[in-house]
Design a protein around this ligand. Structure first.
Ligand code: KIV
Length: 303
């Protein structure tokens, strides 16, 4: 039996020079497949706001949303580390509120760790969660919850901005974070930060010098979304779903589905059963009691 991945296990991967693999998932069947594929960590990302809910940003994702999806994922997973993303305003108000919310993701959701966005400014919160035994993954660079401040663009391109990212990474490591996601950093900057940290970095759009990689599942499966520079589409599942739906609709319209093999038949009982069905007479409208307020089936039968 393969062992369950832990926060400590991620660090050991880095110590052994082995790359860490992480993907997002938001429901039971996909989490089950990804877990069986041997991916190290499954992130119930607030990216579900974009790829599942169809929102333009992640800002409207709630703690209840993440809890709902984390429960499904946690139920499915035997081996991977389940990481629940902390949504906007569930950890920024105070470390105590963050603790209560992270606690819910672990206790009610079944997560084994949480991820939150931000650097130096969230370090006291990370420390508070780690103190009570909650493994925390940091997230620096392009932090989508700050989209209205940062835009969707590569971070850390200037000397000053890159140095601030290094400071943030140190602050998160010192606060006890067990890993740090680095989103949309120049490859040279993320490689240097990865070299200088003891904890593993998990990159997205930040080059191959990180200690691991994460992608949003729907992006790598080709479900919706446009072309993203940082992404590789490992399958065209969106197209496969569309082709299947077109074939199904065609077959139904042409009488090619269902076939005889898709239903049971009565055999010797046919005559008796159909005679019984034919003896039944419609009780409506007599069946509707006068003055009862009942209206019968609004879609079909007489009123
Ligand atoms: O929400 C998410 O899926 C993420 C990944 C892009 C790292 O934060």
């Amino acid at each position: 039996m393969t062992k369950r991945m832990t926060a400590r296990g991620l660090m050991e991967r880095k110590e052994r020079g082995e790359k860490i693999t992480m993907l997002t998932a938001y429901d039971y069947p996909t989490a089950r497949i990804i877990d069986a594929a041997g991916v190290d960590a499954i992130l119930v990302g607030d990216s579900l706001g974009n790829v599942v809910q169809g929102q333009a940003t992640t800002l409207s994702v709630t703690l209840e949303d993440i809890l709902y999806h984390t429960r499904m994922v946690a139920r499915a997973v035997d081996q991977a580390l389940v990481v629940a993303d902390m949504p906007f305003l569930t950890y920024q108000v105070s470390p105590e509120e963050a603790l209560r919310n992270a606690g819910r993701l672990m206790q009610d959701g079944g997560a084994q760790s949480v991820k939150l966005e931000g650097g130096t400014e969230v370090a006291p919160t990370v420390r508070r969660l780690v103190e009570v035994g909650i493994p925390v993954i940091g997230h620096i660079g392009l932090t989508p919850q700050s989209v209205h401040a940062l835009g969707f663009r590569v971070q850390g391109r200037t000397a000053e901005a890159a140095a601030r990212l290094m400071e943030s990474a140190f602050a998160l490591e010192d606060a006890g974070a067990c890993a740090i996601v680095m989103e949309l950093l120049p490859a040279e900057v993320s490689a240097e930060i990865s070299r200088r940290l003891k904890v593993p970095t998990i990159g997205i759009g930040s080059g191959g010098g990180c200690d691991g990689q994460v992608l949003v599942l729907h992006d790598m499966l080709g479900i919706g979304g446009g072309v993203l520079r940082h992404n590789r589409r490992y399958a065209e599942i969106g197209q496969a779903i569309k082709d299947a739906a077109v074939s199904y609709a065609h077959d139904v319209r042409e009488g090619a589905f269902p076939g005889p093999e898709h239903a049971t038949t009565l055999g010797d009982a046919e005559a008796d059963v159909l005679a019984a069905v034919r003896r039944v007479e419609r009780r409506h409208p007599e069946g509707v009691r006068e003055g009862s307020g009942e209206v019968g089936n609004p879609y079909g039968g007489p009123r």
